[in-house]
Design a protein around this ligand. Sequence first.
Ligand SMILES: [Zn+2]
Length: 286
Amino acid sequence: MKNSFLIGSVLLALAASVRGQQDFSKVEIKATHVAKNIYMLEGAGGNIGVSVGPEGILIVDDQFAPLAQKIEAALKQLNPGKLKFVLNTHYHGDHTGGNAHFGREAHIIAHTNVRKRLRKGPSESQPGLPIITFDDSLSVHFNNDEIKVLHVGPGHTDSDSIIHFTGANVVHMGDSFFSGRFPNIDLAGGGDVRGFIRNVEEAMKKIPADAKIIPGHGPLSTLKEMQEFHAMLVETSGIVEKAIAAGKTLDQIKAEGLPDKWKSWAAPMINTSRWLEILHRGLSKK
Ligand SMILES: [Zn+2]
């Protein structure tokens, strides 16, 4: 058992060093048509949602700062119009890193806590901060669509929003949904395991059956993949909850691991061991 822990931590350290040295020059931005005038861009970091049309461009999230020029080039390929709005689904750097670049021409819109958490120091005019903030929800009427932005309670962080392109029938879930992989839950950033699961359940009730769903991470999805994600959350959190109630330690929980059927959900960012740590910490707090 000792050995497998050792291998586990070596792998974690390796994954961390790979992330630290991420070479953005090798990243290519891939565009996928989602529905009607909506596209999804994948590069490195969170998936980007794009609305293109007669009024120009709106994007949801903007990945890492070093990718801004490549993202800009990919947007130009989709539509020659101006970038008018950037919506941030939450504050994490793999979703807001391009803000400083794109904020020069576009208005950045996000939940109040995104601005709060991104703001460092006393300067009010820091580049890349959302300039339009909201507490509960707002709509952007753009490209003949109503784009609804809905803040949800503490889940992935305390700054999460879900975005619904109502006319195109597309939902961008932000990091409230990792398709086919264990999610990160940022407990230090106001996240909450039970709240995360609740947010997924509430969203599943509201999303139309035939909607296309852009996850924060992972491939373009539908309600089917979200139901699988929900089943994984309920089952794996249930296992850890029971183990905590039985007085088991984190080390014991990790040694027991998860049923084989969840093996494929382990990803470099959040492997099984890291996921168990998040569940253990998140479910231990009263
Ligand atoms: Zn995130």
